[in-house]
Design a protein around this ligand. Structure first.
Ligand SMILES: [Zn+2]
Length: 317
């Protein structure tokens, strides 16, 4: 039997050689070298920009935030602490499902402790308890998270890996529009209005922070390359002294109704990026198969393509 296989290999050897040389010949004569074929992701519907709005803690002010988002056709991602719901100043458990319809509900741990320094079992409890309760309240799978106080380190990331959490947002600002490489250390682009109004600041600093925020938003709108603007904050920041709801509404107006922008929850975007990353390419990059159920959009050498869920495309380059 072994000898038979060995003989087969010897017979096939010249064949392989022929295939290899003909591939080389084709490449040097009439096709572009595979390595120079540029493949770039596009967002769903072929869009080049995406907007994520991510708000934490589940305070009562989320009601007003959701209402405004709905008015402007925007989508939000809301990170909730299930043990804080039904307590003073927070949303009630009963309203979660209807309030956040069309938006994302996501983990912010059950009790909002700083996770750094906690034992693995306590971290697991905080995340899984929250996940389980939010799933019960919404009737959906909950797969996203934001670290309470933005507190994380390698052991925290290690503890949440394998708990069904597919991304975890920090409180670090990247000040850019790129997609984070490690989804479990997901830095947003910027805090709403920079850090102006969030932490006690002097008016000069606030002015600076606001300028940085406004410049980033205008650059996003002007951008002609793939851009993700990811803004995070707390709806309670807009309440009280110096009411900021007007400013939030202005911001929503500025970014809404734009055909180039995809308005998405964070988990929907994560699912999409994963589908893109799972595209199967032939060695010469001319055959692309989309094994997922989502339509995937990409640019090959500057030309846009849509590959429907489950479809395969042969590209003529
Ligand atoms: Zn929080």
């Amino acid at each position: 039997m072994d000898a038979e296989i060995y003989t087969m290999k010897i017979i096939l050897l010249p064949f392989y050689f022929l295939l290899f040389t003909s591939a080389l010949f084709a490449q040097s004569n009439n096709t572009k070298p595979t390595s120079s074929i540029r493949i770039e992701m596009l967002f769903p519907e072929g869009k080049s920009k995406a907007l994520i709005l991510s708000y934490d803690d589940g305070p009562e002010a989320d009601r007003k935030m959701v209402k405004l988002m709905n008015e402007y056709g925007l989508k939000g991602t809301f990170h909730l602490n299930s043990n804080k719901l039904d307590t003073k100043g927070y949303l009630t458990k009963n309203e979660i499902k209807t309030l956040f319809k069309g938006h994302e509900v996501s983990v912010h741990t059950a009790n909002h402790p700083g996770l750094t320094g906690m034992s693995k079992i306590d971290i697991v409890y905080e995340v899984v308890e929250d996940r389980k309760e939010l799933e019960r309240l919404t009737g959906n799978t909950i797969r996203g998270m934001a670290y309470p106080f933005g507190s994380y380190d390698n052991s925290v990331v290690d503890a949440i890996s394998g708990l069904g959490i597919e991304y975890a947002r920090t409180v670090n600002d990247s000040y850019n529009f790129s997609i984070p490489k490690n989804f479990l250390i997901w830095d947003a682009s910027i805090h709403q209005f920079g850090k102006a109004y969030f932490k006690p600041n002097n008016p000069e600093n606030d002015k600076q922070e606001l300028k940085i925020f406004n410049d980033l938003v205008s650059n996003f709108i002007k951008s002609d390359t793939l851009a993700l603007l990811d803004v995070w904050g707390h709806s309670w920041e807009n309440e009280g002294e110096g009411n900021r709801w007007n400013a939030i509404e202005q911001f929503f107006k500025q970014v809404s109704n734009n055909k180039e922008i995809l308005y998405t929850t964070q988990i929907d975007l994560v699912d999409y990026i994963k589908a893109y990353k799972n595209l199967q390419f032939s060695v010469d990059k001319k055959i692309v198969k989309n094994a997922s159920s989502m339509d995937v959009y990409l640019k090959i050498d500057g030309k846009a393509y849509k590959i429907a869920g489950g479809a395969q495309l042969t590209i003529l380059i």
